[in-house]
Design a protein around this ligand. Structure first.
Ligand code: BV8
Length: 251
């Protein structure tokens, strides 16, 4: 892949790079995106309908089982070249912050050192009423399992539609978007808010935005660079083009 010379020099000279990722970066690990049809039994459900507290209240067993299925799927997948390239990029830059909308935990497993999870993580479980964290549970006594502390249903530790994002995560993400030197937006349809407002925060603070996607999104017209392709191909190529002969930072 050939990249614009000014993009490469901007990346090489950046003090702080921020990357916002969406479901598209995990697609090459075999995890269906929200825009893709869900697979198998779950194909008849709309994720946006299921990922709500209303759906959980109406049918807690169905929603719990959807997350159990996704947790099992995620446990059988691996971070792909896109996740790994971002983890490697952190070693080449003074500072790299990954802000993810994904709840699959693949950025942690890839080794990204500075990570903000805007929408939680489906491998973590808490109780519905009081958010007590629960490390292990049994489904023998019923589905969903109940909290050993307060007796309310267990639920995945994710942000559902209509729920507020963790205040600290959103505040740190907004600060990073405003103050960084380069903002990469990878594998997101830029439709879900407030995450989709972060690239606009960057642009309003005169930060250049790079969009990496397979297709155009509402962000595309505002991006300074638009790299069309798979995250697992573009990100390693970008890392190679900018830092092929560099040592790790601090060496
Ligand atoms: C909030 C966790 C304040 C759960 C997720 C009415 C009532 C209530 C709220 C709203 C409302 N109207 C609007 C809202 C706000 C709402 C929202 O934005 N709705 C949208 C749909 C219009 N937002 C919220 O509710 C947020 N909270 O606003 O609180 C509030 C409170 C009360 C009332 C009002 C407001 C909470 C949003 C968080 C929801 N939780 N996840 C779970 O996962 O089960 S979001 C979920 O969907 C994912 O985490 C992800 O973030 C999002 C999907 O977005 P993407 O990641 O972009 O994925 P998508 O499939 O869309 O796109 C994939 C992209 O990748 C595509 O562009 C594709 O081309 C590309 N791609 C594919 N393969 C590749 C690739 N690119 C590169 N390489 C590849 N290989």
């Amino acid at each position: 892949m050939v990249f614009a010379a000014n993009l490469i020099s901007c990346l090489q000279s950046a003090r702080w790079v921020v990357v916002l990722t969406g479901a598209g970066i995990s697609a090459e690990s075999g995890i269906p995106t929200f825009r893709d049809a869900q697979t198998g039994y779950w194909a008849k459900y709309d994720p946006q309908e299921l990922a709500t507290s209303g759906a959980f209240r109406r049918n807690p067993q169905l929603v719990w089982e959807w997350y159990s299925y996704r947790r099992a799927l995620v446990s059988q997948t691996q971070p792909n070249a896109g996740h790994l390239a971002l983890a490697a990029l952190a070693g080449k830059l003074p500072r790299l912050t990954v802000i993810t909308q994904n709840v699959d935990g693949l950025h942690q497993r890839a080794g990204s050192p500075e990570l903000i999870e805007l929408h939680g993580n489906l491998t973590r479980v808490k109780c519905f009423d009081r958010h007590h964290p629960v490390a292990q549970w049994s489904e023998l006594a019923g589905i969903p399992p109940i909290c050993p502390v307060c007796g309310s249903w267990l639920r995945p530790d994710v942000v559902w539609f209509g729920e507020n994002l963790p205040f600290d995560a959103l505040q740190r993400a907004t600060e990073a978007a405003r103050r960084c030197d380069l903002f990469l937006v990878v594998g997101t349809s830029s439709l879900v808010y407030p995450a989709a407002s972060l690239p606009m925060e960057a642009i309003q603070h005169r930060v250049a935005v790079v969009e990496i996607n397979l297709q155009e999104t509402p962000l595309t017209p505002y991006a300074k660079w638009v790299l069309t392709g798979k995250a697992g191909v573009v990100l390693p190529a970008l890392l190679q083009a900018a830092f092929a002969d560099e040592k790790e930072k601090g060496e």
